[in-house]
Design a protein around this ligand. Structure first.
Ligand code: AMP
Length: 504
């Protein structure tokens, strides 16, 4: 029986005594030990009633067990649905309602809040704590460590990744075995990953970057990962000497550069630093090279497609560009209104086609039709431009998506809450440059006539209802919002007015 991802990623761990995961305290989990965990998880999923094709929603802290649940889901033929640990119970309610998972796995600390959510949707809720306790962890511990992987072909679904946390907007991108495997194969070859690699992994594993790019490549290449629960500079600096490579969002690089312990000596043995998920400032690229002698390799991708373009490993890595289309991935720049291909050099909509492109949005056929053409091209929503050498630059996002610290925030979700507050007439939420997060969320408010809204009280409401990364870093009161003749709010003007708000 074949199971595309299991056979490529997990089966090769069998009999491997070398470390697969290296933990912050220096302890190691061998390939064999990790595969045993994967098998026990797969058996536990079956024992919990999960059948092939069922969804498993997972909102737990990053840990080896959390990663083994991904492997267990693949082996059991289930669809893995990782969720941002910052999401509130109200946000999770949307995902669970939309994806109708058989099983919801949560940390003990969240279990009470999530129990009614799971119950309302007819899902079973079980607990997994990072320390290895909890009802699901107990079930896992009681299982056998052998498991015959369920047959899965290229077109079978492996995961749903939700594009953002906005109720009514968030879409579950359906990713197949073929989508994930094809991209892992291409990236492993392009970035020359081998079984000698040790990847410094401080990214979250509920997002495509940390879960699919970093983990799938390490698994496919037979490499190891230094698996950090989050971005902690002491750990990064202390453990970098054991690593060969690192992947991060731009914030990782600005944080490293802010640390005087981050020196050329510390990185002399490293072979690769990769950046993505948000634009890397040219300034950061230049400073990084000045400090370390390494040129950061920037690539471009998204939830729906995994990776599309990359600067070359061996050739010229150009700051401010996201490089060249990956082998097997077609990238075209089109007129956003007509969809016609534009001549090289012109700015337009970036569209991509290839084995990496998702199958559509779960239970949203209209959204799928809007963004995925019959020809197979996916309309990314990003605007870009090719230079004469075929390097792509992203010039902006068509939608007003804000990317803060690598996470997406849709302004509308925050605006809806702001508009609801006492004394608020209307609001606009924009992303403005921030030295640490790339962009920061800024809320701009117009008061009702004669009212003066209590900004501190509004801030408190936002903190309660939104994940931390979505909360505005500042609120500004203005007389009126700039609008065009069609009545549309001119967010560019707001960005210009408040562009220096967080300047360093
Ligand atoms: P996500 O689906 O969360 O991975 O976000 C995908 C979006 O992040 C893309 O559509 C781009 O707008 C943006 N993005 C990803 N990588 C880059 C990059 N290297 N430079 C600029 N924007 C990027």
């Amino acid at each position: 029986m074949t199971n595309l991802l299991y056979d490529a990623f997990f089966a090769p761990l069998k009999g491997r005594d070398r470390a697969f995961l290296i933990l912050p305290d220096g302890s190691e989990i061998s390939g064999t030990a990790f595969l045993d965990m994967v098998h026990r998880v797969a058996n536990a999923l079956v024992a919990a009633g999960v059948r092939p094709g069922d969804r498993i929603a997972v909102q737990i802290n990053k840990s080896p067990m959390a990663l083994a649940i991904y492997g267990g889901a693949v082996a059991a033929g289930a669809i893995f649905l990782p969720l941002n640990t910052a999401y509130t119970a109200a946000e999770i309610d949307y995902f669970v309602g939309n994806a109708t998972p058989k099983l919801v796995l949560a940390d003990g600390a969240r279990a009470e809040a999530l129990a009614p959510v799971a119950q309302a949707q007819g899902a079973v809720l079980m607990v997994v704590n990072a320390d290895g306790s909890g009802s699901f962890a107990d079930l896992v511990a009681a299982q056998s460590d052998s498991f015959a992987a369920v047959a899965r072909g290229p077109e079978d679904l492996a995961a749903f990744l939700y594009t953002s946390g906005t109720t009514g907007r968030s879409k579950g991108a359906m990713l197949t075995h073929q989508n994930l495997l094809s991209n892992a194969e291409v990236l492993t070859a392009e970035w020359q990953f081998t079984d000698k690699d040790v990847l410094l992994h401080a990214l979250p594993i509920f997002h495509t970057h940390g879960l699919f790019v970093a983990t799938n490549i390490s698994l496919l290449a037979g490499g190891a990962m230094i698996f950090l629960p989050g971005l902690n500079m002491d750990d990064m600096i202390r453990l970098m000497p054991r690593a060969t490579s690192m992947m991060g969002v731009p914030t990782f690089y600005t944080r490293l550069l802010d640390d005087p312990r981050f020196t050329a000596d510390l990185t002399a043995h490293m072979r690769l630093f990769v950046s993505g998920s948000a634009p890397l400032l040219t300034e950061t690229h230049v400073q990084f090279e000045e400090r370390t002698g390494h040129r950061i390799l920037e690539r471009y991708g998204m939830t729906e497609t995994n990776m599309n373009t990359s600067n070359p490993y061996a050739g010229d890595r150009r700051a401010g560009t996201v490089g060249l289309p990956l082998p097997g991935v077609e990238v075209v720049v089109t007129d956003p209104t007509t969809g016609d291909a534009l001549p090289q050099g012109e700015v337009g909509m970036i569209e991509v086609r290839g084995p990496n492109v998702f199958k559509g949005y779960w239970q949203m056929p209209e959204k799928t039709r809007e963004e995925l053409r019959d020809t197979g091209f996916f309309i990314t929503g990003d605007l870009g431009q090719f230079d004469a050498d075929g390097y792509l630059s992203i010039v902006g996002r068509q939608k007003d998506l804000i990317i803060t610290g690598g996470f997406n925030v849709y302004p509308k979700e925050v605006e809806l809450i702001l508009d609801d507050q006492p004394g608020v007439l209307e609001s606009a939420v924009v992303g403005v440059p921030h030295p640490d997060f790339g962009e920061a969320v800024l809320g701009v408010i117009v008061a009702e006539p004669g009212q003066s809204p209590d900004l501190a009280a509004i801030d408190a409401v936002l903190r309660e209802s939104l994940a931390r990364f979505k909360q505005p870093k500042a609120l500004e009161l203005v007389e009126m919002l700039p609008r065009n003749t069609m009545g549309k709010v001119q967010k560019n003007e707001l960005r210009a007015i408040f562009g220096d708000k967080f300047a360093s």
